[in-house]
Design a protein around this ligand. Sequence first.
Ligand SMILES: Cc1cc2nc3c(=O)[nH]c(=O)nc-3n(C[C@H](O)[C@H](O)[C@H](O)COP(=O)(O)OP(=O)(O)OC[C@H]3O[C@@H](n4cnc5c(N)ncnc54)[C@H](O)[C@@H]3O)c2cc1C
Length: 351
Amino acid sequence: MSQPNRFSVQRWKELSASGIFQIFSEKGIGKDGVRAAVGQFREIGRTNDDRGLTFSAVTQLASTIYCLRAFAASDTQSRYLPAAEDGTSIGGHAITESKAGSDVMNMSTTATLEGECYCLTGTKRFITNGPIASTLIVYAKTVENGIDRGLSAFLIQTDWFGVHTEKELQTAGLRGSPIGEVHLQQVRVPMTNRIGHVGAGLLILDQVMKREVLFAFAANIGEMEQLVENSVRYSNKRKQFGVSIGSNQLVANRIVETQIAIELGGALIESIAARIDGFEDLTIPVAAAKIFISEANLNATVNAIYVRGSNGYLVSSELPTYLLDAVPGAIYSGSNDLLRTKIATLLGITS
Ligand SMILES: Cc1cc2nc3c(=O)[nH]c(=O)nc-3n(C[C@H](O)[C@H](O)[C@H](O)COP(=O)(O)OP(=O)(O)OC[C@H]3O[C@@H](n4cnc5c(N)ncnc54)[C@H](O)[C@@H]3O)c2cc1C
């Protein structure tokens, strides 16, 4: 199976049938559910070549299913969860705007309370699943009776009046994961579709992002396992100077480095998943895991190409797509630069 150039409905159906979206209904949203999801995403990463699809599935489970189960009222859950959990409805979350990327609080999308509805206006960018989504969790600055109430989360349906999700952005990698713009023009959202308390948006986003990081980078661990398997096979088969290239320790070490990252990154993700519903603040370990695994994954793809020599640089080897898919790992779910800055701040380093 090779990576398709666009979202595959058939593969989404197959992934949904595997039960990945039902994991929280079976195991709960606490550590048992998170550990099970982490294990399943690692396996999906190891066995599935469509890394874009995997990323879309991570978004569905974290941004929509976890968010609804953890924070939505029971009536909202019963209206939206069944379709999200059987995969017939695709979801995503909309935070980023053209002038508000890392600086989330600079967003200009507003939700103004008018009678029984909020009126949402703004434009979101780089929204995973946006072009194929039936629902989106939109984060917006909330104004009630003229008073700024902070960031809140709202579930919108993309078939509602004033919602436009048609504009797809062409990315270099993760081609199986559609990403796009979301335009909201005075979209009327019933109060019941606000997720969680008014002003709780940042808190909700923090919890959602922690899950997104664990699932996405558990999948990266599985993807690195694929690279190791491929590189071991190739380095044993390919002969130069009359011996297999793997017998040269410089070549072997390119593979060993990836295995070290698998062991360390995999253990860190599992350890965080086991601690997720305790009282410990996991901000630093989650940021550390995200930085470590995304950068190790990028190195792993480069090393896998180098082990193959020029053959690895051929499009037909598929390895260049692994490289392009690994690059955005340092950007999404909080850029690595920003996370390093956050760790420094939490350590008490003053600027
Ligand atoms: C594949 C992919 C999927 C995505 N999916 C979603 C999604 O589903 N929903 C959504 O809302 N968004 C999504 N995004 C958007 C993503 O969250 C943003 O791109 C990210 O927050 C960074 O914002 P920016 O691109 O505007 O970069 P900017 O904020 O403009 O930053 C540019 C560079 O400057 C650095 N930088 C900026 N400020 C600082 C600072 N204070 N300290 C250190 N470095 C800094 C950054 O690290 C970065 O390298 C996705 C992005 C990608 C690539």
